[in-house]
Design a protein around this ligand. Sequence first.
Ligand code: FES
Ligand SMILES: [Fe+2]
Length: 399
Amino acid sequence: MRHQSAKHVNTENMCRGGLPAWAYDNDEITELEKELVFRRNWLLVDHVNAIPNSGDFTTFDVADERALVVRGNDGVIRAFHNLCRHRGSRIVAQQQGNCGKVISCPFHGWGYNLDGGLRSVAKPQSFPEIDKSKLGLKPIEMEIWHGMVFVRFAGGGPSVAETMAPLENEIASYRIGDMLPHDKAWRFEMDVNWKAQVDVDNEGYHVAMAHPSLQDLYGPNYFDEVFEGNLARAVGTFDDDRERRLWSIRNYIKLLPEATHLPKSHRRAWIYHGLFPTSVLELTPDMVNFYQFLPLATRRSAIRGQSFASKDDSRQMRATRYLNKRIGRVTGEEDIQLIKWSWEGMRSSAFEDFFLSDLESGVRGYHDQLRELMPVLNLTEVPPPGTIAALNQELSEKT
Ligand code: FES
Ligand SMILES: [Fe+2]
């Protein structure tokens, strides 16, 4: 399926350098990123069907913010700051679970209703009269798009649906909103800057060399696209009859049931959509895998994700999905190595800059987005300590 209204970005005169190396290892940039990249953009938290019952919740931490997404007694999903109005403790500590009918703060025991209202205060006689209506949980802007729950901590701007409109037809065909969690959410941390993770993920030029499984699956039929409006998409098709070298790939292709709900062009394809800033939806005919990169500190980042799939639980589908996950796991391990090597390289005194291929336009496009938000990243030399935020502000006002 081609995108009716998505326009390709012209890469003919693309500058082939990347962000300056200093930008990957600078605490002042990390602070700017928290505000401009992470707090002001939509972030994918979970899927509505991962929290199907009242009291089911997911928590999500990023950029010094903490979100709590919880389903109420009325079936409505709401997002709040995971922050007690007494002294700011997180009111839910786990990543996922069920909090029953009341959310009890683990610090002193204040209780909140699932709709965020303050319900009870421990030892109320120790306080002057309390207006409970003023001390409910603070809401966070939330949007549900194709069953996926997004939050935005600050700022305004277009909705997820508006941003993704050019790709709407394609995404709708996967019926993600009807899917169920295929497995538990996963998360791990790495000692790297988050941008080193994203750079590796933003191009498929490395597939031929670094990902034997993907190369075997769709290697020659892979391409990246960057669209106007900050949308990126990568497509790998495997509707040919090449001999496959690896048993996992041979069997995946052999077992994959015909996904009749998808257009023919998508029944033998893996498609990756980047949702700015760092979420990726991997659309495959048998399941949808989501993953996301998050900064924890300048030199520490997290990766989290989960898979969602239709209710089809046939033996054939189970085997197909097992192989899908296996290919993903092997590929993920290979990417982790590449991320570590990229990150180490940037800190070497010999590192000068990237020299990007046409096949890495996704990296360039992403860096352009970051430079738009943080024009200070156009400077090749690191500015003096303590000046970066003000300088960025000044440069932003000029552009
Ligand atoms: S911080 Fe939550 S009850 Fe005290
Ligand atoms: Fe990769």
